[in-house]
Design a protein around this ligand. Structure first.
Ligand SMILES: NC(=O)c1ccc[n+]([C@@H]2O[C@H](COP(=O)([O-])OP(=O)(O)OC[C@H]3O[C@@H](n4cnc5c(N)ncnc54)[C@H](O)[C@@H]3O)[C@@H](O)[C@H]2O)c1
Length: 291
């Protein structure tokens, strides 16, 4: 069914992507590892910071619209429920081996012609699809946070994906009100290399004592018009995710600038995963250091 979408992983990104599809009248099957997680994700889709109720408050949609959209959302811990989906988007944690096995598992459970997309921030799609048999229908569909608001979708094209798959994702992104840009498969694609160099340089300048966390964020916003500073952004993305991406980009490219700076590693190992309200089990983020 072309209007039935599967989303695997109901965290920050999975919730946002689900919301975009629900608002565009798609039926979504959202998969995670426990019913408890799925219950809280469902709640966030309605009442979270970027949830549907925020649109009700602004009179963009009605309570009745929200009820109708939520009727189109099915949650499950069972991958077999992906059968019947025309597209499945993987939005599980940025852990390479986990994603490889998830993509393999998706292919085993979905329809033969379904397209499998990964929302990875930067792991090569060729590697994630190494255990998928039909590589012509695997593609990168990289959304940005918060997914309901951010316009860009970075589409990642391997040498093995079919033109039909690429065109389907381009057209779909436009239909959802997004701006697609197609890039080649490469560690970090374009956007993650770009943002990571900005984030890591900010950390290195902070470590050298050039300016405080607060002031660096202030300078980025007031001097360059960024909507938020690098430290605020990392607290939202998650220190764990930023660190994992750093490890991956360094291991793939050998470029010294890609190595996670020491303080980021310390935070990661000490359970500082970012904004406590967003990241489950986090001890805090950059603004909680030295408290
Ligand atoms: N957070 C961001 O700003 C951002 C932006 C763009 C892309 N991404 C990418 O999106 C992906 C998801 O990131 P996130 O921030 O939403 O992570 P998250 O940790 O908030 O959510 C991941 C979810 O996947 C679930 N999960 C774990 N193993 C699973 C399995 N085997 N099957 C199904 N679900 C499973 C977890 O329980 C969790 O709910 C990552 O690849 C990340 O790099 C993140």
């Amino acid at each position: 069914m072309a209007n039935k979408i599967g989303i695997v992983g109901s965290g920050i990104m999975g919730q946002g992507i689900t919301q975009v599809f629900l608002r565009n009248n798609y039926h979504v099957t959202l998969i995670d590892i426990s019913d408890e997680i799925l219950k809280s994700s469902r709640e966030n889709i309605i009442n979270g910071k970027y949830g549907l109720n925020k649109l009700v408050e602004k009179n963009i949609i009605s309570n009745n619209d929200v009820n109708k959209m939520m009727d189109n959302l099915e949650t499950s811990v069972n991958y077999e429920n992906l059968r019947g989906c025309g597209l499945i988007i993987e939005a599980a944690p940025e852990i390479k081996n986990l994603k490889i096995s998830i993509l393999e598992n998706i292919e085993k459970n979905c329809n033969k012609n379904a397209i499998i997309a990964s929302n990875t921030s930067g792991i090569m799609i060729s590697e994630l699809s190494s255990k998928v048999k039909n590589k012509s229908r695997v593609i990168g569909m990289h959304w940005f946070n918060p997914a309901p608001l951010m316009k860009l979708v970075e589409i990642v094209k391997t040498s093995f994906v079919s033109e039909e798959t690429v065109n389907f994702i381009i057209d779909l992104s436009k239909k959802l009100g997004k701006e697609p840009v197609v890039v080649r498969d490469y560690p970090g694609f374009f956007t993650t290399n770009f943002v990571q160099s900005w984030l890591f340089e900010s950390i290195r300048l902070y470590e050298k004592g050039i300016a405080s966390i607060e002031d660096i964020d202030k300078m980025a916003k007031l001097g360059f018009g960024f909507p938020m500073g690098p430290f605020e952004l990392m607290d939202i993305i998650g220190i764990d995710t930023v660190n994992e991406i750093g490890d991956y980009l360094y291991s793939e490219t050998g470029e010294m600038g890609k190595i996670s700076p020491p303080i980021l590693k310390e935070m990661f190992y000490s359970g500082y995963y970012g904004n406590k309200k967003i990241k489950k089990n986090s001890n805090g983020g950059w603004y909680d250091l030295n408290k």
